[in-house]
Each structure stands twice: as C-alpha cells, then as structure tokens.
Design a protein around this ligand. Structure first.
Ligand code: UT7
Length: 319
C-alpha cells in the first residue's frame, strides 16, 4: 500500500511587499536582498487574515484538482509555525471552515520550515497502513506577524502563504520514503522565543536568527538527507527528475543542487516570488509546477526541507 499526491493547491495573500518597498522601511537595497537570497517580493496577509484563512483557498484548490469533496477527507494535518491561536489547533479550525463534518482527526504539526515534510510523512504512515483513505496536508503561515519590521537581517527574508495537497491511499506507487531528523541543541540559532505567561508575552515574540550558522547547517543537512533518501531507494541523482527544496534562499538551493550534481532546470525555484514562507514553501513550490503541468506521471520527486529546531527531512516520491 502507498499514499500518493492526487491534488495540489496554494494561495498567496493579495498584498505584495517588494524589495523596493523594503528599501523605504529599513537600511537595505533590492540588490543586497536579491543577490544574497534570490527574493524579489513577498506577500503579506491582511490584518485580520489568519493562517487558517490562507489555508482555506489552498485546500479547496487541492481538493478540486483531486476531484474530491470535503467530506471525503478523513485526516487533516496542518503544518504551521504561526497558528491562529494557542488552541484549538489550526487544523480543527480549517476542518470547520472547509465544512468537513465527518468527525475525522485533525491536528497540527510544528517543525517550522520542515513542517510540511513532517506532516506529509505523518499522513503517509496513516494512509499506507490502510487506516485512512484521503488526507489533506497543508502548510500555512502568517510569518509577517512574528517579524520585527525594523530588523533588516530578518524582515527581508520572510513572507506569508499557504500550500496544500490531497493524498490518497492505494496500490499505485506514490511516496517511497521519508526521512525526518532534528537536533534540538541548535534551538537558539533560529527561534521566536516569546511565550504567553499570565496574560503577558515574556521574551521576544519576533524571529531571531544567526543567518550564517543556519546557512552552513542547511547546506550540509540538505545534502546528507538527499543522499540518505537516494541510498534508501537505491537511486542516484540521475534518477531524480525534480528536486523540490524548501524555498529559503537561492544560494542554499543552488549549493545543494551543485553538491548533488543536479542541473538547475530540474530544481523547482519559487523563492523569488514569495520569500521564505516556512512550512508553506514546499507545497507552494510544488503547486506552482504541478499547475503548469510540468510534472509527468511516474516522474521521481525529491522534496527536502530544513528549519528551526534544527529540523530537517526529505520525502522521495513518484508523481
Ligand atoms: O528557512 C530556514 C531558515 N533560514 C535560512 O535558511 C536562512 C539562512 N541564512 C541566509 O539565508 C543568509 O545567511 C542571510 C540571507 C540571512 C544573510 O546572508 P549572508 O551572506 O550570510 O550575510 P551576513 O549575515 O554575513 O551579512 C553580511 C552583511 C552584514 O554587514 P557587515 O557586518 O558585513 O558590515 C550585515 O549587517 O550584510 C548586512 N546585512 C544587510 N545589508 C543590507 C544584513 N541584512 C542586510 C540587509 N540589507 N537586509
């Protein structure tokens, strides 16, 4: 038994914040941002738009492209670093907004930028065991809420958005392997450490990052986890048709592709149009190419991500 992606969808908020807009807000330039990160613009959610609100249109598009109705979903998993509220989970809020009324399980997964990989790997375990038939797996973020817009070292990097897939269990090969990792000793290098305590926020509620340290770790673990996935499936880079990496920085993506000897034409890059959208970045990139009809049935995709924790992981699958 396998689980296979049968539909994708995504949604970006209407408001665009360009690099030139940021030049007016902090001491930065389009050239610095674009040359260091590959980011051109990012989307910013409206004041009252929550992670679940971005997830709704992304999920509807995924269900529409899968050709299934809301009540056929029997598992909802949402990966997010910016949930609507402390509780209930964003997944249950999404379940309600989508009108899924069959009492199926719904829960959140928090692995920051690796969240979508963790969520998809979790759904895969349930589906290939035969327990559920259709899972809705979503990555959705309103990172703009936890960004200090006066800190040029972080505010130019992140954006808001959502991406979703529908997974179906069956005999046709889909997800072939997942490999998940974490090393909690790296917690301090990328965090939003604030916490709610007696009605007040204690500590900074904004993203803080040691960019250089994260960069070096990211390039290493992304190569390692790709090698691990290929070894487990007795494949080499020439067997991978598409690399779908976390969209944080074009230089990290290019360095990983180079280490794997993969031509950039086989690497999905969308970071220029939405920046780092954390758990939403991989499904956003996936949907972009899927909608253009560029993935062919039976092609092999390698998804990989790295993020706060540090967490990292991969999924190798047949389209
Ligand atoms: O999603 C997973 C988590 N995140 C990541 O994967 C991000 C990983 N890290 C990165 O992408 C890169 O480290 C950054 C894009 C964040 C930074 O690029 P860098 O090449 O590592 O630059 P840097 O931190 O070494 O900074 C170089 C200079 C510094 O100035 P000095 O000290 O050399 O005078 C910074 O103050 O660039 C300066 N700087 C800026 N200048 C203009 C930092 N931010 C900006 C800015 N505009 N926005």
């Amino acid at each position: 038994m396998y689980s296979r992606i049968i539909g994708t969808g995504s949604h970006l908020p209407e408001k665009i914040l360009s690099n030139h807009d940021l030049e007016k807000m902090v001491d930065t330039s389009h050239d610095w941002i674009f040359s260091r990160t590959g980011i051109n613009e990012r989307h910013i959610a409206g004041e009252n738009e929550l992670a679940s609100d971005l997830a709704v249109p992304a999920s509807r598009r995924a269900m529409e492209s899968a050709g299934i109705e809301a009540d056929e979903i029997d598992l909802v998993i949402v990966a997010t670093t910016t949930p609507d509220m402390l509780f209930p989970s964003t997944a249950t809020i999404l379940q309600s907004k989508l009108g899924i009324r069959n009492n199926c399980p719904a829960f959140d997964v928090q692995a920051v930028c690796t969240g979508f990989i963790y969520a998809l790997a979790t759904a895969d375990c349930y589906l290939k065991s035969g327990k559920y038939r259709h899972a809705l797996v979503v990555g959705t973020e309103v990172l703009s809420r936890i960004i200090d817009w006066t800190d040029r070292s972080t505010c130019v990097l992140f954006g808001d958005g959502a991406g979703a897939v529908v997974l179906k269990s069956g005999e046709t090969p889909g997800i072939l392997s997942s490999h998940l990792h974490a090393d909690g000793s790296y917690n301090p290098i990328l965090a939003a450490p604030g916490r709610v305590c007696n009605g007040k926020i204690r500590g900074s509620p904004f993203v803080s990052m040691n960019g250089n340290a994260v960069f070096k770790i990211a390039v290493n673990v992304l190569e390692q986890v790709a090698e691990e996935a290929m070894q487990a499936n007795r494949m080499s880079p020439s067997d991978i048709d598409w690399l779908v990496p976390h969209q944080a920085n074009i230089r990290i993506i290019e360095a990983t592709a180079k280490k794997l000897s993969m031509d950039m034409e086989r690497v999905v890059v969308t970071v220029d149009r939405h920046g780092n959208t954390s758990a939403a970045s991989i499904p956003l990139a996936l949907d972009h190419v899927a909608r253009e009809g560029r993935f062919r049935e039976g092609e092999t995709l390698l998804m990989e991500g790295v993020g706060g924790g540090i967490t990292w992981g991969s999924l190798l699958l047949k389209w």
